[in-house]
Design a protein around this ligand. Structure first.
Ligand code: FMN
Length: 197
């Protein structure tokens, strides 16, 4: 696939190279405060219809990850009272897999003319910018989900209202060993020109 540019602009090269790093390959140190501030600042550059600024990133490190594990296990037990204890322990241990877990959320305006999906799209686009910014600064990260994201009690414990959205868990740290780098995907199946009906 020939590139029309002789050398890629660094920002584009970074976008093309970003890859998720699985939680178990994320070691210490987690992103430092300055790197996190830059990543959140990048999130705030996502397009934002109505200027509603829905992005909220809850940073969970150190012993707070143990508390998050407790929330996740309790949430699973509420959703399925028959969950075996070993499965609950697995859930409890999840946040300990990486130095930092970021709960990526959106404060939603249900009474606003900008539709909810657009507000969530703004929050998701911001989360993607945050992932790109962490990757570009040498950290590894991955966006994971779980049913706990929709649990009102989990939302409340993290400082969200029930009407808000939790979009995902971003696990972040320093990649252990060689970090995965993707093959550049063929864009052809994903784009086509339209010249009228
Ligand atoms: C909203 C969202 C939720 C995701 N949830 C999970 C998940 O729970 N488990 C998982 O293995 N991957 C999940 N993924 C996919 C990973 O973040 C990642 O994209 C995937 O492992 C492929 O790696 P790549 O980003 O390097 O292509 C999710 C992605 C998004 C956007």
């Amino acid at each position: 696939m020939p590139d029309s540019l002789p050398t890629l602009p660094p920002a584009l090269a970074a976008l093309l190279a970003r890859a998720s790093v699985p939680p178990r390959q994320l070691g210490e140190p987690g992103p430092d405060a300055a790197a996190l501030d830059r990543a959140v600042a990048a999130a705030l550059r996502a397009p934002d219809h109505g200027g509603l600024r829905p992005w909220r990133f809850v940073l969970i490190a150190g012993p707070a990850r143990v508390a998050l594990g407790g929330l996740l296990a309790a949430s699973l037990a509420r959703r399925d009272a028959a969950t075996p204890p070993e499965r609950l322990e697995l859930e409890r241990a999840k946040p300990l897999r990486a130095p930092l877990v970021i709960a990526a959320g959106a404060v939603l305006r249900h009474d606003h003319k900008v539709p909810l999906w657009e507000q969530e799209a703004t929050a998701a686009a911001g989360t993607m910018n945050l992932l790109n910014a962490l990757d570009a600064q040498g950290y590894g990260a991955i966006w994971l989900s779980s049913a706990a994201l929709g649990d009102p009690e989990v939302k409340r414990a993290l400082g969200f209202a029930e009407r808000d959205a939790l979009l995902g868990w971003i696990y972040a740290g320093t990649p252990r060993g060689e970090r995965p780098r993707p093959e550049r995907a063929d864009p052809a199946p994903h784009r086509r020109w339209w010249s009228g009906p």
